[in-house]
Ligand binder design. Structure first.
Ligand code: PLP
Length: 410
């Protein structure tokens, strides 16, 4: 988003005009930013054979899936409905990996019926899989690796408490199941949370995965999951992906020398690809003075952007309608009948009732986590590509809210 003649634009489309045409709240995506982020990752990792599978859960919209498929990326899905959407968007079943957790075996069977490879994250599931399919269906195994980097506090906390994956200390149990059922393990997988991921953690996880990989004879891939993030706050430190690509290339080459073949290195980015492309536009409905800072109340809330409420996440907020206004301090809230700060004590250009505010980095885990709480409809979504605006989700209506309810005339 750029400031031109004191107004904000994406690819020459005025954000104020978009808000007026489509109404607010409105999710706006810039396809150019997705293009830039895909190219950055592809270039960063071009020193070794790799594949990028987009994490569909981060921004789940069929038009976005189709756009990402056009770059030749694969897809990481976490439910059968996500994989169906991936197939509808034109992904080849071979290019989809289903990483399940706590799902019924029925879901695993459905994935297999669709020709999708599954990533298995418990010994009990691995056993059921073996009993059912033996070695006839390939699968991969999700591991957890704590502790990482000298018991790095955040990583240990995350992995230790995590329900995900089979702890790597259970390697002998995994091998016993492979022997019993003649399992065909084609991949190893680990996903580290963005909350602690930095280059030393990444490299340690990679080295451990490569060493574990030596116990598996016919791997097609080693998958490092997602977790690479972008700066949400100006002070956020994030992984330099170009540097990561360089240092990882050295480890990958060493692994190939030991292993004797060259399994692909897979990545499953969600937020890295689609956070920055997204903006949530919202109208200021009320300004309220108080003993504290003024509150700017808006027509959205955690029903549309849950991250501030759920993770205390920071999303930069700017005033689209008064870009050059004097900077003042505000609390920005939603219209939920709950405490729902979107930003506390923010410096924003002078806000008037009716102004349009913009919450940045709202692409990943924004629209896809929206709910109908307080019986409010979910926003429309538009994407701007090659200077044109495309509506990719209509705003819901009252009819959508009551659609599946069963009214009883008592
Ligand atoms: C959520 C998820 C991702 C994507 O994570 P980001 O932090 O958005 O990159 C990748 N892989 C798996 C298995 C996930 O559950």
């Amino acid at each position: 988003m750029q400031l031109k003649n004191s107004t904000y634009h994406i690819q020459d489309i005025s954000m104020q005009a978009l808000a007026e045409e489509y109404g607010t709240p409105l999710f706006v995506y810039n396809a150019f930013t997705i293009d830039r982020q895909i190219n950055r990752l592809q270039n960063a990792f071009d020193g070794f054979p790799h594949r990028i599978n987009y994490a569909a859960k981060s921004l789940t919209n069929i038009a976005v899936l189709r756009l990402i498929r056009s770059y030749g990326l694969g897809l990481d899905v976490v439910s059968v409905n996500e994989l169906k959407m991936g197939l509808d968007a034109g992904f080849d079943p071979d290019d989809i990996l289903f990483t399940s957790n706590s799902v019924s075996f029925e879901e695993i069977k459905q994935a297999i019926d669709h020709g999708i490879k599954v990533n298995i994250d418990s010994l009990s599931l691995l056993e059921t899989f073996g009993k059912t399919f033996g070695g006839s269906e390939p699968c991969s195994i999700r591991l957890k690796l704590d502790p990482l980097v000298g018991e790095h506090e955040a990583s240990t906390k995350w992995h230790n408490k995590s329900k995900f994956g089979i702890h790597y200390s259970r390697l002998d149990d995994i091998k016993a199941l492979i022997d019993s059922y003649d399992l065909n393990i084609v991949g190893l997988h680990v996903h580290n949370s963005s909350s602690f991921l930095d280059i030393p953690v990444y490299l340690e996880a990679a080295e451990r995965m490569f060493s574990i990989a030596q116990s598996f004879e016919e791997l097609d891939f080693v998958d490092f999951g997602g977790g690479i993030t972008i700066p949400f706050h100006p002070d956020d430190e994030v992984i330099d992906v170009e540097k990561l690509g360089h240092v990882l290339a050295v480890k990958v080459e060493a692994f190939y020398d030991d292993y004797g073949s060259r399994p692909e290195i897979w990545f499953e980015p969600g937020r890295f690809l689609v956070s920055e492309c997204g903006y949530l536009l919202t109208t200021v409905t009320v300004l309220k003075g108080d003993r504290d800072l003024p509150y700017a109340g808006t027509d959205t809330g955690f029903n549309h952007l849950l991250r501030p409420k759920m993770y205390d996440a920071y999303h930069e907020i700017c005033n689209i309608s008064n870009a050059k206004g004097e900077l003042k301090r505000y609390h920005v809230t939603g219209n939920m009948c709950e405490t729902d700060f979107l930003g506390r004590d923010r410096e924003i250009a002078d806000i008037r009732e009716g102004d349009i505010l913009c919450l940045k980095n709202a692409g990943a885990y924004g629209a896809c986590m929206a709910s109908n709480y307080n019986s409010r409809v979910r926003p429309a979504e538009v994407i701007i590509k090659n200077g044109e605006v495309h509506l990719i989700r209509e705003r819901e209506t009252y009819e959508d809210l009551v659609h599946k309810q069963v009214d009883i005339d008592w």
